[in-house]
Design a protein around this ligand. Structure first.
Ligand code: PRP
Ligand code: URA
Length: 210
């Protein structure tokens, strides 16, 4: 399965330390999460194919560069995934963003699909699937089934998340091994409530303060 983990620099470790700290207040949590999201988006964009492109610089020199190929769109898994939309827009100004509302049952941790609204030409695009937490993988795998039913090939889905669990990655490997995963961290395990451990708690509750 193609999986990319952000390089564990001291900077990145500092950002995650703030997010994981239970004393961190909402404004700080948002600010630091947004910084990591930006890094994930840049890393995801790096997976798009390019073709050679030559330009002339203001000094008159010929520069052999590259140009991105293909159209993209974002799809956020509501609610927590919406926190990642701004980071995608910051890099791709007028990007189309579809929505899939999936919620985990708080007792069973099983996902339930409530709603989807996606770009009509999604089958022709690379899709950045946005959800900060990959715990059991149930929510993201359900979203991928929705995308595939709309004709998106799994190898054109790039799933961006801040923290993944080994159990969730195993489930992806078993069920959708062609989906690209870009994550910031792989944590130790899931706890008995199917929360990522050590994790950062409930991302949506901390980002939206509910
Ligand atoms: C959280 C999170 C993911 C899901 C991850 O959402 O944002 O969507 O749980 O868990 P999983 O990998 O076990 O499916 P939740 O359903 O709690 O809703 P929220 O976005 O409203 O916080
Ligand atoms: N959802 C979260 O927000 N955090 C977890 O650890 C698991 C699911």
């Amino acid at each position: 399965m193609p999986i990319t983990v952000l390089e564990p620099t001291k900077q990145l470790e500092g950002l995650y330390t703030v997010l994981r700290d239970r004393e961190t207040e909402r404004a700080q949590f948002i600010f630091f999460a947004d910084r990591i999201i930006r890094l994930l988006v840049e890393k995801g964009l790096d997976m798009l194919p390019v073709t050679p492109k030559t330009v002339i610089t203001p000094t008159g020199a010929e520069y052999q560069g590259v140009e991105f190929q293909g159209h993209i769109c974002g799809v956020s898994i509501i609610r927590a995934g919406e926190s990642m939309e701004q980071g995608l827009r910051a890099c791709c100004r007028s990007v189309r963003i579809g929505k899939i509302l999936i919620q985990r049952n708080e007792e069973t941790a099983k996902p339930h699909l409530y709603y989807e609204k996606l770009p009509t030409d999604i089958a022709d695009r690379y899709v950045f699937l946005l959800d900060p937490m990959l715990a059991t993988g149930g929510s993201a795998l359900m979203a991928i089934d929705v995308l595939m039913k709309r004709g998106v090939p799994p190898e054109r889905i790039i799933f961006l998340n801040l923290i993944a669990s080994p159990e969730g990655l195993d489930n992806f490997n078993r069920l959708h091994p062609k989906v690209h995963i870009v994550t910031g961290k792989i944590d130790s395990n899931l706890d008995d409530k199917a929360y990522i451990y050590p994790g950062l708690g409930d991302f949506g509750d901390r980002y939206y303060s509910t």
